[in-house]
Design a protein around this ligand. Structure first.
Ligand SMILES: *Cc1c(COP(=O)(O)O)cnc(C)c1O
Ligand SMILES: [Zn+2]
Length: 410
């Protein structure tokens, strides 16, 4: 039995049945999934969750499907790493990394949203799935779609890193490389979605897709032993992940899984693509679109669809927005790798570097519990580190050559 009541416009609250639609016909506001929380509260308790398998479907009553999960049965339930070395280097006591560098199967948090989107696409009867992507979504739709038997059309900006393109092509989707930036790709895809009956995961089935992000928040609370953190630092592209992490915390509060909720939500962006953080720093909720220019390509959305809502949440929870330069992003990646042995992609460098700034400025306190969302794997964006890592020691294959080097290391 499903627990979904329907779709509802976030602006005018008009209600809609469950269909592959995403905007309100009257005010063009975005549609959001609504649940029967009374019924969910009866069905979903800590005990029921704990009895289930360790994947994102263990919270299925709060995910927008009617039948059984069909995609992503191994996705989710990534480690929440309590940092020791990183915490001590930054001078705090309770610092955690939610480590989505290791989500099955394509090593970014997008495997969560796509698992939900493709299950819903099956329920709607689609045979073709599609997406507009900055890279990670392309990987996940290509892979999850291969396993679950969909025809796939993947649209990317042609300038994407070569390694990111290979990591989609290996699953043999129809990959369309567009001469344009992400926002232009996205606009084209909206037109295509109007003409062809395809499930565009981040367009016509976006309300369902986006709900998958909540599982990152549910897991975080479960892994903190059923408490919400004092602070959560979330990377923002369209702003959807941030809004859904907050929704997940509110839902666990609403159904009584946690007793208190005082979390401050922080938005992290690259300086070269900071429309959400810029609005926050300017103390407004008006998002001014920009042209992205940053190594954090997975966050390079200049006109963020959920920017307004993300900004509101940060303001209402007493959080803040912070941005970092490309050099600070590289330092963030290296810091996390050197201290915790976790290799994050550029988006992870953004959240780590932003968290460091927030701690240095005293905005995040020494004894507060803070969770940094690290959302993608560093193996995907190795180009960004060319010439920026330590160098190998080069030797000839004999003991003398080795010991010469060794004497310098010691
Ligand atoms: C897509 C993505 C995000 C956040 O995306 P939103 O559009 O804000 O939900 C964060 N990190 C990585 C690595 C991503 O690929
Ligand atoms: Zn409306």
């Amino acid at each position: 039995m499903g627990f979904v009541v329907g779709l509802k416009c976030r602006e005018c609250a008009r209600e809609y049945p469950i269909e592959p639609i995403y905007v309100c016909e009257f005010c063009f506001g975005p549609l959001e999934v609504v649940y029967d929380y009374k019924a969910v509260k009866q069905a979903l308790t800590r005990e029921t969750i704990l009895q289930r398998q360790k994947n994102l479907w263990r919270y299925r009553e709060l995910l927008p499907i009617d039948g059984e999960p069909q995609v992503g049965l191994h996705s989710g339930f990534t480690p929440l790493v309590r940092t020791e070395n990183l915490a001590s280097e930054l001078g705090v006591n309770n610092l955690y990394v939610k480590d989505d560098t290791v989500v099955h199967p394509t090593l970014s948090f997008k495997d969560r949203v796509v698992a939900v989107a493709l299950t819903k696409a099956k329920e709607f009867g689609f045979d073709t799935v599609a997406c507009a992507s900055t890279g990670n979504l392309a990987h996940s739709v290509s892979a999850h779609g291969a396993k679950s038997g969909f025809k796939r059309f993947i649209f990317i900006p042609a300038t994407l890193e070569a390694s990111k393109i290979v990591a989609s092509l290996i699953y043999e989707p129809n990959l369309i490389a567009v001469d344009g930036n992400y926002d232009e790709v996205n606009r084209l895809c909206s037109e295509i979605a109007n003409k062809y009956r395809w499930a565009f995961v981040n367009i016509n089935i976006r309300p369902f897709y986006a709900e998958g992000s909540k599982t990152l928040g549910f897991e975080t609370i479960e892994q903190l032993d059923w408490v919400a953190p004092d602070n959560v630092v979330v990377p923002c592209a369209s702003g959807s992940l941030l809004t859904k992490v907050w929704k997940s915390f509110k839902e666990f509060y609403e159904i009584g899984i946690i007793e208190k909720l005082n979390t401050r939500v922080f938005a992290a962006q690259a300086l070269g693509c900071n429309p959400i953080v810029h609005a926050l720093k300017s103390k407004t909720d008006v998002i001014r679109p920009i042209k992205p220019h940053t190594i954090a390509k997975s966050l390079a959305i200049g006109n963020p669809a959920d920017g307004y809502y993300a900004t509101k949440i940060v303001q209402e929870t007493g959080g803040a927005g912070e941005d970092v330069t490309d050099d600070e992003i590289i330092d963030g990646i290296k810091l996390l790798a050197r201290t915790e042995g976790i290799f994050a992609e550029t988006a992870g460098g953004v959240t780590v570097a932003v968290t460091r700034k927030l701690i240095e400025r005293g905005i995040i306190g020494r004894d507060e519990t803070t969770v940094i969302c690290v959302t993608g794997n560093g193996l995907k964006t190795q180009e960004a580190l060319n010439g920026k890592t330590v160098k190998p020691h080069h030797i000839t294959p004999n003991m003398k050559s080795f010991e010469e080097v060794l004497s310098k290391i010691r």
